[in-house]
Design a protein around this ligand. Structure first.
Ligand code: MG
Length: 254
């Protein structure tokens, strides 16, 4: 009898813990000393504070080198049209050189327990979309990071092509214009939508839960908004520029 009680209590506690959303640091943990958006330091800092994952953005140079950066241009140079040699001496806000995806992932292999939330940026042609997907997959396989990598993209074509190349990959779509049932039908695994989308379509939360489509919301910042989304039923992951604030809220809730 006592054993049954303890087992039940344990199940309840694990359900309560499981029900908490996971924390993803948006462009890494960069709102902290010595860090910068999409820098290698931002990945190390996200891992050091125990984030579930660290998000980062990937572009492909014209000569086929994937680099980690948010904007399509760096210091006025369009990444897609530049060679890596033309970009390699550009620095991020914390002084790091623009990281290649390979350098970034190599650092990731030295950290543990932090998922790599790899955003593939929509490129200017379908062919470039496919090339960047191929290069990302090659590196992820070379470094044996398949289990730690989850892909996200605003591009339907990128998601479709990625799924065709790597059916087992976790893929979440970012744009917010597809219902969970459409995502499921594509064989993708999640929706990763702007917080405003869930205000417009609150029914998508329950629909996702029923279909087993994972729900990630971006980008939720500041104590008030984070508290609101941390309470919301059906949110599996919160992507934030304030991961430590969210962690503190979740700790209090527990
Ligand atoms: Mg991003």
């Amino acid at each position: 009898m006592r054993k049954t009680f303890y087992t039940l209590a344990l199940v309840c506690v694990s359900l309560m813990v499981c029900a908490q959303p996971k924390v993803v640091a948006h462009r890494g943990y960069w709102r902290t000393d010595g860090s910068a958006q999409n820098s290698i330091v931002s990945l190390q800092k996200a891992a050091a504070i125990g984030c579930y994952g660290s998000e980062f953005d990937v572009w492909l140079t014209v000569d086929g080198v994937p680099v980690v950066f948010h904007d399509g241009t760096i210091n006025g140079i369009k990444i897609e049209d530049a060679t890596y040699a033309e970009l390699m001496n550009h620095r991020l806000a914390n002084g790091e050189f623009l990281p290649t995806l390979q350098q970034y992932l190599l650092e990731a292999t030295k950290t543990e327990g932090c998922q790599l939330i790899l955003e593939i940026k929509p490129h200017s042609t379908a062919q470039r979309d496919e090339r960047v997907v191929q290069r990302c997959l090659e590196l992820i396989h070379m470094l044996k990071l398949q289990e730690r990598t989850e892909y996200i993209s605003f591009s339907k074509h990128v998601c479709e092509y990625l799924h065709a190349q790597e059916p087992s990959a976790k893929i979440a779509y970012l744009k917010g214009d597809m219902a969970p049932k459409e995502i499921k039908a594509m064989g993708w695994t999640g929706i990763d939508y702007h917080h405003g989308v869930f205000k417009a379509h609150p029914e998508w939360l329950q629909e996702s839960q029923q279909l087993g489509v994972e729900v990630n919301v971006w980008t939720v910042d500041g104590e008030e908004a984070l508290t609101e989304f941390a309470k919301m039923k059906g949110i599996d992951i919160i992507t934030t520029n304030d991961p430590e604030i969210l962690q503190a809220i979740l700790k209090k809730k527990r």
